[in-house]
Design a protein around this ligand. Sequence first.
Ligand code: NAP
Length: 248
Amino acid sequence: MKIFEGKVALVTGASRGIGKAVALKLGEAGAKIVVNYAKSEESALQVTEHIKNAAGEAIAIKCSVSNPEDVKDMFTEIEKSFGAVDILVNNAGITKDNLMIRMSDEDFSAVIDTNLKGAFYCMRYAVRSMMKKRYGKIINVTSVVGFTGNSGQINYVASKSGLYGMTKSAAREMGARGIRVNAVAPGFIKTDMTDVLSDEIKAAMIEQTPLKTLGCVDDVANAVYFLASPESDFITGQVIHVNGGMYL
Ligand code: NAP
């Protein structure tokens, strides 16, 4: 029997990058996967096809996690298709970088709405059924910069530090109900999000990383897999740093 057989996993932002790697890994291990996405329908459907071709089960649901009504509808749709969510991976995230002095209200809010409020909305709905089952796994994808701060990312850093704070609060609140809430904090991982950075910035990031290399999406997916599995059942409110030593 596969480790996640009978479990339903919702991975937000699973059409690309880290979320896609997480969806494929949990799908391979037997979970029924909900591939959430905001815009990239074709990529999201490719992820579901990949899982189905490997004899797994998957559906794609378009929903901006920043919209509470849409999140509510997504959970209703999941319930109808697969049943209650057992594993929630809050991975959807965006950046809108700028120096604080030039940061617009819109760009500040957009990042908070997706990265922080989106995770809150998803947790709020997911814990309802998890509480009934007295078991559940929530993994929030934060970032190394949520721990170090970063110039030019005041909105993003606020969202990622906030997400870690929410992780600890939710872990305290939900522990007695058997719900484990943890975080993974990637460092510099090669995805569309980091491909837009200049070669100069990439070289500087690698220089700051003791292992002298970028991470790959599977490095993060492996940590999420561990936190989703029963092997981490006595761990809650923690963060696993996946950053090649960038933050020690
Ligand atoms: P990515 O390649 O840019 O992919 C972002 C994913 O999030 C896409 O699937 C996108 O869907 C989805 N998304 C964006 N806004 C959404 C919304 N409102 N509702 C639902 N889905 C939404 O990013 P990534 O590098 O894989 O990053 C994944 C997570 O890891 C993010 O939370 C990011 O902050 C975090 N992280 C990344 C790094 C890194 O170095 N890459 C480092 C630290 C932390 P569409 O394709 O439909 O737009």
